[in-house]
Design a protein around this ligand. Structure first.
Ligand code: PLP
Length: 219
């Protein structure tokens, strides 16, 4: 199957899941996760009208996205992988949305860079809903206070929460927990769901889904 066909299939599954959940058509944004794929492999997705992309590494993204962004207006690039504070300058320069704010040090580094570069960023707080030791993200119990700190003390606009449920677990309860935490913290957007579970995530209220292999193929 060609990339365009797979992309159309994902789009129609998203539409069906929106309908089934009684949600408005177009209420779920598709973030096409292009990590490990090069510019030539990404261009067909852009040609097919896709404008929102996700990458998990700053350095890898610097090797392809400046060129792709220069070619096509309106590209929106999301950082969905862990960010180190010494890469905050590059991340703020290249990305439009950072989905992985998960500790005060990184929130401060991003706030400082936004000021220095005069660039507004849309931000999500990553929550470690499964409390997995190897995974990034703030603990569920600390989420509301951390969002408050980002907003009040650092002046950051936190628009949503993001999670990656444990691979071997039923994702539904994790999606439900993220939705509850978002209500408590007063944030509107929910970035949750990947190739294997994005339809479930939409049923639980995802406003964006991050889909890689179902579009670009196996990595
Ligand atoms: C790679 C990745 C995805 C996409 O995963 P697929 O299973 O290929 O759809 C989504 N979110 C994050 C944070 C990722 O690193």
């Amino acid at each position: 199957m060609e990339l365009q066909e797979r992309l159309n299939e994902v789009r129609s599954h998203i539409e069906a899941a929106e309908r089934q959940a009684g949600r408005a058509a177009g209420s779920v944004q598709l973030v096409a996760v292009s990590k490990t794929f090069n510019a030539d492999q990404i261009r067909p997705a852009i040609s097919a009208g896709q404008r929102v992309f996700g990458e998990n590494r700053v350095q890898e993204s610097q090797g392809k996205w400046p060129e792709l962004k220069a070619e096509t207006a309106g590209i929106e690039l999301h950082l969905i992988g862990p960010l180190q504070s010494n890469k905050a300058d590059d991340a703020v320069a290249l990305f439009d949305v950072i989905e992985t704010i998960d500790r005060e040090k990184i929130a401060r580094a991003v706030a400082d860079e936004m000021k220095r570069q005069g660039k507004a960023m849309r931000l999500y707080v990553q929550v470690n809903t499964g409390l997995e030791p190897q995974k990034a993200g703030i603990a569920p119990d600390d989420t509301a206070a951390f969002v408050e700190l980002c907003r009040k003390e650092l002046g950051l606009s936190i628009e949503g929460l993001m999670c990656i449920p444990p691979a071997e677990e039923n994702p539904g309860p994790h999606f439900a927990l993220l939705a509850k935490l978002a209500r408590e913290a007063g944030v509107e957007k929910l970035s949750m769901g990947m190739s294997s579970d994005y339809e479930t995530a939409i049923a639980f209220g995802a406003t964006s889904v991050r889909v890689g292999s179902a579009i670009f193929g196996a990595r």
